[in-house]
Design a protein around this ligand. Structure first.
Ligand code: FSO
Ligand code: SF4
Length: 551
């Protein structure tokens, strides 16, 4: 295996025996082979699309397949084997459709369009020939993978929107086009252009998901979320999928089983439609990587709707309490199947399981505040603008992104603690758990940590920045008193980063380490054109960030 798609890549270069994330070599290899066949599917589908003959089911198949390969989403070998079999069938069907429609195909079809196999061993061994390292030029490899990881992030957001009935065929077409383009003989300049285009479509897909979430569940509102526990047995729901959240809340209502959010599901509390459910009891625990302790004490079953899963240790007592659904998967865990014919997913097994369990053990008490997505912030705009004009707020720090288990991420807690009291943190994603329980206070009623929501709600932060640019009549988004100190972990953060670049945001600091998949030359392009850099020491970085103040 070889994988370097996330921030935890072993030795800062790549995982080769087993993933630091827990991904075994066989699963990594199957993921590579799946990606290879998805490129073949996209290749045929692009040709069919040009004739408006592309079957709609392909879009979902491709984005769901990509989503399943995101870090910490799916560790289930069997699920990947089945996906490859289905992918090969779908690719054959598309080939036949091209022939039936007299679409000209080259005499020698590329390997991804014809390769086939039957056994899981063959699927696994193909990875050695089609994985990341088969692109020999390190700059081309770096750009190809940067694009693929951005597209994987897009796939996750496209799937959540799709689950809520919102689609964007241009986004789907681009995702497949980009996959195919990574197999072509493009120059570095062409790949850099495609990278920026990926960011543009990243903005589109986040806007799509924002519309899907707010249409279905209302605009997030400022909300205080309980972090203690009640006395009923309960289900913990993790991941990002709000449609799953809705189905679970409906089915648990009146059963005596409470529902708690975990990690990136916390922002569900901010939506008016979810607030109506009295048994939505609170948020339990912290960011994803603390689950090995926190699932023990939760006592009840846990439903993963997406990443981030940490495979339970052999002595974990909660392994049989894990359920997965959607693109997520874990060997040994019960997978709740897709919705059929407009019906809800069937969560009865997990609800019955919860009834047999003890209530959660309290691990903390209190409340955290969030719900500052764009509509809510616009309502507070006068207050915020006034605070900036009077100098009560000197600077905003976008500290969105991901949390992770690396010790060096303590940096973000220390950074938040040391920020001067006239600064405000704008956050989204699970990065917030590094500072959202600190007593950072408020500035004239504006909390010093403004949480917009999940990682995809970084879109809200961009919308807020664009609005402020308009209010302050600035020519450039970079003239705003906003600094970007972003933490990344997996591929959704990659698409968020590319989206910010495409909106013209410069001088983003990315940590705790720069991606292993950036070659020195590609890193230089990002530094020279966008001012991207890493982080150093808390005090030195604070000084550097605070040097440039607009007011
Ligand atoms: Fe975090 Fe995991 Fe949301 Fe990611 S829970 S790390 S960027 O999946 O998607 O922020
Ligand atoms: Fe390693 Fe990250 Fe890949 Fe897991 S996802 S195998 S930790 S690089």
């Amino acid at each position: 295996m070889f994988c370097f798609q996330c921030q935890e890549a072993a030795k800062g270069t790549g995982c080769t025996i087993k993933g630091v994330c827990g991904k075994p070599g066989d699963v990594a290899n199957l993921q590579d082979t799946l990606l290879f066949v998805l490129k073949g599917i996209s290749w045929y589908n692009e040709k069919l699309r040009a004739q408006q003959l592309n079957p709609a089911k392909v879009d979902k198949f491709v984005f769901d397949g990509l989503f399943s390969t995101i870090t910490n989403a799916n560790f289930d070998k069997e699920s990947f084997s089945k996906r490859i079999i289905k992918a090969l069938q779908l690719r054959s069907e598309l080939h036949a459709r091209c022939l039936a429609a007299n679409i000209a195909l080259p005499k020698n079809l590329p390997d991804f369009a014809v390769w086939t196999a039957k056994t899981v061993e063959e699927f696994e061994s193909k990875a050695a020939l089609v994985g990341v390292l088969n692109t020999k030029n390190e700059d081309i490899r770096s750009l190809r993978e940067l694009i693929i990881y951005g597209v994987k992030g897009m796939a996750a957001y496209a799937e959540h929107a799709w689950n809520l009935g919102k689609t964007n065929s241009e986004v789907f077409a681009f995702m497949q086009h980009a996959l195919v383009a990574t197999t072509e003989d493009l120059s570095v300049d062409e790949l850099v252009a495609l990278t920026l285009e990926t960011g543009k479509y990243g903005v589109d897909v986040m806007a799509l998901l924002d519309a899907a979430n707010t249409t279905a569940y209302g605009n997030p509102e400022v909300t205080k979320v309980n972090i203690g526990v009640r006395r009923n047995p309960a289900i913990l729901i993790s991941g990002h999928d709000l449609k799953d959240m809705e189905d679970l809340l409906k089915q648990t209502e009146g059963t005596g089983v409470d529902v708690y959010t975990h990690s990136e599901m916390l922002p569900a509390h901010y939506y008016p439609v979810f607030k109506k459910y009295k048994h939505l009891a609170g948020n339990y625990g912290n960011a994803w990587w603390k689950q090995t302790e926190e699932f023990e004490s939760f006592n009840g079953p846990v439903l993963f709707t997406t990443n981030c899963i940490v495979p339970p240790k052999s002595n974990a007592t909660y392994a049989d309490r894990i359920y997965t659904t959607g693109a997520s998967g874990l060997g040994g865990a019960l997978h709740i199947p897709e919705r059929k014919d407009g019906q809800m997913k069937d969560f009865s097994a997990i609800i019955e399981h919860a009834k047999r369990c003890a209530p959660p053990k309290q691990i903390e008490t209190g409340e955290i505040t969030g719900g500052f997505a764009h509509a809510q912030v616009f309502e507070l705009a006068d207050k915020i603008v006034e605070a900036v004009k009077t100098g009560a707020i000197k600077k905003f720090f976008v500290m969105a992104g991901c949390d992770g288990r690396m010790k060096s991420r303590d940096y973000y807690t220390q950074f938040a603690e040391l920020l001067p009291p006239d600064t405000v943190i704008l956050t989204a994603g699970c990065a917030k758990y590094r500072y959202n329980k600190l007593p950072l206070g408020d500035i004239g009623g504006i909390p010093r940590v403004i949480d917009a929501g999940q990682c995809n709600d970084s879109y809200s932060l961009a919308v807020i920045a664009l609005k402020l640019k308009e209010i302050f009549e600035l020519n450039d988004i970079n003239e705003l008193p906003i600094a970007y100190n972003i933490a990344w972990y997996e591929q959704k953060a990659v698409i968020v980063l590319l989206a910010l670049l495409s909106l013209g945001v410069k001088n983003i600091h990315l940590g705790p380490t720069l991606p292993a998949f950036l070659s020195p030359n590609v890193a230089r392009v990002l530094v020279e054109n966008f001012g991207i850099s890493g982080i150093t020491e808390v005090e030195a970085d604070l000084e550097m960030f605070l040097e440039t103040n607009l007011s």
